[in-house]
Design a protein around this ligand. Structure first.
Ligand code: WT7
Length: 665
């Protein structure tokens, strides 16, 4: 972290509460503090306000059907099309305005601007192409694509014909792609030949091909040519594989009538990591999800049609789905999409983009902010960032120091910072300050949004006192919630509801959603999220299941047993620590370490790469044989060791600690 920064140091000593800047308040979308009360009094009808942001083909009969908790249904009887809401309805007023402003990684490449008319045309053509390939309503189409405009085009084309999409992050491995396609019985894949990373063309098609070879059923693939033109990075298409551009040309100028989808019909699936090795297919719906992301983009991110709104997330994660594609486009704004990383070709790339496109909002992750902070203020200082009106963060807790750095050096103290807590499962933001209303407290996400009932409880489900650590719960359903885990209702109930609900009851008051985060709440109702309480770690704002990593490691020949935990990391938030017991005869060499790291990259992707692989003769276990992860976390964090008295082998923890410390020297 930049250590000589008197301006920041002075500010750190100041109050820990910041009022929304006046100039912001004067123009904010939402300024009425009564909203909290009126939503509470009118719950669940308050959500009509969110639904009213959309165009409905058929109006809904009922806001909420809660007759069969936790299988809630929202806006029942209504129908709509997400692509029509994100495109068609804007054409008359905003057809020539940019919908997507795309910035490629190579700096000599011109931005690609898609107006609403352009995007509408491309989406229609691709929708026609998908139909030609046989995609019908409810067929799951997988996308394994980098940050190129064809990704949102493909998503919206699916939405247009009522085919749910399942986007797999391009950084995930071939195995991860195959698992997700198999789990969803997805017979269609849209991918790309490659993309750029730090100046180099990356052969994505090879990875996709490897993945497809593992999918147990027949597949049809469409491949976007991102690299060939620039780099001659050719690839041959096999049987059942089609070139994106040819497909579009074949359907040039065609229009496809948007299919009216029931509000509860699936819009998309998004796989996320859980406590078992098997990823969870989070199901989101058309009416509830789209209402939620539109409302929260408007109320929290203050999106207006004339904005140039920039979210630096990847569309391969939920943040990009909700707040690059669906929320911003439903509101008819300009959404900026950047292909590369913030430090290429230099560490001012994001600031250069902000200046160049005159971005009005920037929504990014604490891990990025911590990196910016480390790099120093000279990078943002090189650019005119005065177009910015609001800053946002998402993905993990942000420490007050990083928050204040962002507020001061990026926002010039004139932009509110919204620290938004939410999850893949919630669809969109749940806890944060409303930027035109609430004071901001660095480190605390904020109060629940109007109409959201969050409580911090103890193990018995009783609310804890202000300042006490407990478990975050959501006591009432909300339109953007996941409806189930794809084809696994039982796991849905087990994972999210069983902990605090009376699962035999059909009274919705007996059902409580548990996001598996620890939290505390202050006297003003501001929630500070403390992190995951399950065996899931958060690396650079991305959720990884320790079980998934462990199963990759134990798959390596020569490994007898492995335990994976998260250890604090000053940029990534958490880093992967792997404790490995080798089989007899296996040497604990550097080469073997590398083999383990490579196996994790192959199984999941580079984001899951272990920071440390620690060889140990034993793992700390209870008498019943359960690995005591807490202790391994203490070791990873070089923290004081917790209680070891229940261990079968108490001495082993100190041995492991010595091994970790020794490696550091
Ligand atoms: C988990 C969800 C939401 C999109 C990106 C991550 C953590 C998220 C915050 C925040 C503290 C946060 C939680 C949550 N998290 N936002 N503002 N403050 N923690 O989505 O992969 O579904 O992960 O990220 O632990 O449960 P995800």
């Amino acid at each position: 972290m930049s250590d000589t920064d008197p301006e920041l140091e002075a500010r750190l000593a100041e109050a820990d509460e910041f009022e929304p800047p006046e100039a912001f308040v004067e123009q904010a979308n939402v300024v009425d503090p009564e909203l909290y009360e009126t939503f509470e009094e009118n719950w669940p009808d308050c959500w009509e306000r969110a639904a009213a942001l959309l165009d409905w083909t058929e109006p809904y009969d009922e806001v909420l059907d809660d007759s069969n908790p936790p299988f809630y249904e929202w806006f029942t009887g209504g129908s709509l099309n997400a692509s029509a809401n994100c495109l068609d309805r804007h054409l008359e007023a905003r057809g020539d305005e940019p919908a997507i402003e795309w910035v490629g990684e190579p700096t000599d490449e011109a931005n690609r601007t898609y107006t609403y008319n352009d995007l509408h045309r491309r989406v229609n053509e691709f929708a026609a192409g998908l139909r030609e390939l046989g995609v019908g309503e409810d067929d799951v189409v997988t996308m394994y694509m980098p940050m190129i405009p064809e990704l949102p085009i493909a998503m919206l084309a699916c939405a247009r014909i009522g085919a749910p999409h399942s986007v797999v992050f391009a950084g995930f491995s071939a195995d991860a792609l195959a698992t997700r396609m198999a789990a969803a019985d997805s017979e269609y894949l849209v991918t790309a030949d490659g993309y750029y990373r730090r100046g180099d063309p990356l052969d994505h098609f090879a990875k996709a091909t490897e993945g497809l070879a593992e999918v147990p059923h027949e597949t049809t693939t469409v491949v976007v040519d991102r690299l060939r033109e620039r780099d001659g990075f050719g690839h041959d298409l096999g049987a059942g594989q089609y070139d994106w551009e040819t497909l579009l040309t074949d359907h040039a100028g065609e229009t496809v009538e948007p299919v009216a989808r029931d509000a509860e019909d699936m819009l998309f699936l998004m796989y996320t990591s859980g406590t078992t090795g098997e990823p969870k297919g989070v199901k989101h719906t058309t009416g509830g999800y789209l209402s939620w992301v539109s409302w929260t983009a408007q109320a929290v991110l203050d999106v207006k049609p004339e904005d140039t709104y920039f979210c630096s997330a990847d569309i391969g994660w939920i943040t990009g789905h909700s707040y690059i594609v669906y929320g911003p486009l439903a509101l008819g704004t300009t959404s900026v999409m950047y292909e590369g990383t913030p430090d290429y070709p230099d560490r001012d790339r994001l600031w250069e983009i902000v200046e160049d496109v005159e971005a009005t909002q920037l929504y990014t992750a604490p891990t990025a902010i911590r990196a910016f902070m480390k790099w120093g203020t000279e990078y943002p200082d090189r650019h005119d960032l005065s177009s910015l009106r609001l800053l946002g963060t998402v993905g993990e807790p942000i420490n007050p120091r990083a928050w204040k750095w962002y507020y001061t050096h990026v926002g010039d103290e004139s932009c509110p910072v919204v620290d938004t807590w939410w999850q893949t499962e919630t669809g969109g933001t749940m806890l944060t300050t409303l930027p035109g209303i609430g004071a901001m407290k660095p480190g605390a996400a904020g109060p629940p949004l109007p109409g959201v009932d969050a409580q911090v409880v103890d193990a018995e489900g009783e609310p804890v006192d202000a300042g006490e650590a407990g478990y975050l719960t959501l006591q009432k359903p909300w339109p953007g919630m996941l409806r189930t885990l794809y084809r696994n209702d039982e796991r849905f109930v087990e994972e999210y509801w069983a902990t605090y609900s009376d699962t035999d009851s059909d009274d919705p008051d007996d059902w409580v959603y548990f996001p598996e985060d620890g939290a505390k709440v202050d006297g003003d109702g501001y929630v500070t999220v403390l992190g995951r309480v399950d065996d899931v770690i958060n690396v650079s704002g991305h959720r990884l299941g320790t079980m998934e990593i462990e199963s990759a490691i134990v798959g390596v020949e020569g490994v007898a047993e492995a335990a994976v935990v998260g250890g604090a990391h000053d940029v990534k938030g958490e880093a992967v620590y792997a404790y490995v017991i080798t089989e007899d005869g296996q040497t604990e060499s550097e080469a073997f370490r590398e083999e383990i790291v490579a196996a994790v990259e192959d199984a999941i992707g580079p984001i899951a790469r272990p920071e440390r692989v620690v060889f140990t003769p034993e793992l700390p276990k209870t008498r019943s044989g359960k690995i005591m992860r807490r202790l391994l976390e203490d070791v990873a964090n070089d923290a004081e060791l917790g209680d070891t008295s229940t261990l079968r082998n108490p001495d082993v923890v100190e041995d492991i600690r010595d091994a970790v410390r020794g490696d550091d020297d």
